[in-house]
Design a protein around this ligand. Structure first.
Ligand SMILES: C[S@@+](CC[C@H](N)C(=O)[O-])C[C@H]1O[C@@H](n2cnc3c(N)ncnc32)[C@H](O)[C@@H]1O
Length: 233
């Protein structure tokens, strides 16, 4: 059965293509924003060496994942939108990246098909704010905990609540109006989390071994370490 949000995301992807992926970066160069976000994820993860196995939750057409693939990592891209995944597969093949590049079509429950402790880096960017069901977000967190290899790290981005975010959202909504972006849609506007709300959503079973919430601009990042630290040992 397809994910309940798949039809909406497919409609937007068909109508807007890449712009549905990188709307927050309105007016900026797509490649440049992918490079910048890739660098930010690496800074937050603070791994001791370059990740060899990378999973992106909600990878879209690979705006960010392509940077990990070009650095030689094996990748798995997960997304509810089949068209976005098809674009990602096409571009990674066309670029002739070495390594293995798989996709998981669907939401959090579909990650059950992946082997435990099999990723050095798991990340999500501009996605969890659009996920309408809290239990799905909790499943993504527990799956990240299960899938992290010893010494690996998960960095999951959430949109912060508060006045600054609200003001920013209002301005971007106004900018998007002429482009007929689905800016006032419930899923599109998405969820905002205070630090306490985020702490409440972190599941107890399986509980991450520990975690940190790092706040950067409009976002909180949930940073979850793998079970044993000391990458490569
Ligand atoms: C704004 S785009 C961001 C894509 C990519 N992370 C990036 O930064 O370029 C949001 C993506 O999340 C996907 N998505 C929405 N709900 C999802 C869910 N429950 N599970 C996985 N992906 C989801 C959409 O299909 C879309 O590709």
């Amino acid at each position: 059965m397809s994910h309940p949000d798949e039809a909406a995301w497919s409609k937007w992807f068909n109508a807007l293509g890449r712009r549905v992926i990188a709307t927050r970066n309105h007016g900026h160069d797509y490649e440049e924003t992918g490079d910048r976000d890739h660098a930010q994820i690496l800074r937050l993860a603070n791994l001791k060496s370059a990740p060899r196995r990378v999973l992106e939750i909600g990878c879209g057409d690979g705006r960010v994942l392509s940077w990990f693939a070009s650095a030689g990592a094996d990748t798995v891209g997960n997304d509810v939108c089949a068209q976005a995944l098809a674009e990602w597969k096409k571009s990674v093949q066309a670029a002739g990246r070495r390594g293995r590049h798989d996709v998981v079509h669907g939401g959090a429950t579909e990650l059950a098909s992946l082997a435990p402790a099999s990723f050095d880096l798991i990340y999500s960017i501009f996605v969890l704010q659009h996920v309408s069901r809290r239990d799905e977000i909790a499943t993504y967190i527990s799956e990240a905990t299960r899938l992290l290899a010893p010494g690996g790290v998960a960095v999951l981005q959430f949109r912060r609540s508060g006045l600054k975010t609200l003001a920013h959202q209002t301005v971007t909504d106004c900018l998007r109006l002429p482009t007929k972006m689905p800016s006032f849609d419930r899923h599109w506007r998405g969820h905002r989390f205070s630090r306490t709300a985020l702490q409440r959503i972190v599941p107890e079973d399986p509980a991450p071994p520990s975690y940190e919430i790092v706040t950067v601009g409009m976002h909180h990042w949930l940073v979850i370490p793998g079970r044993v630290t000391g990458f490569g040992h």
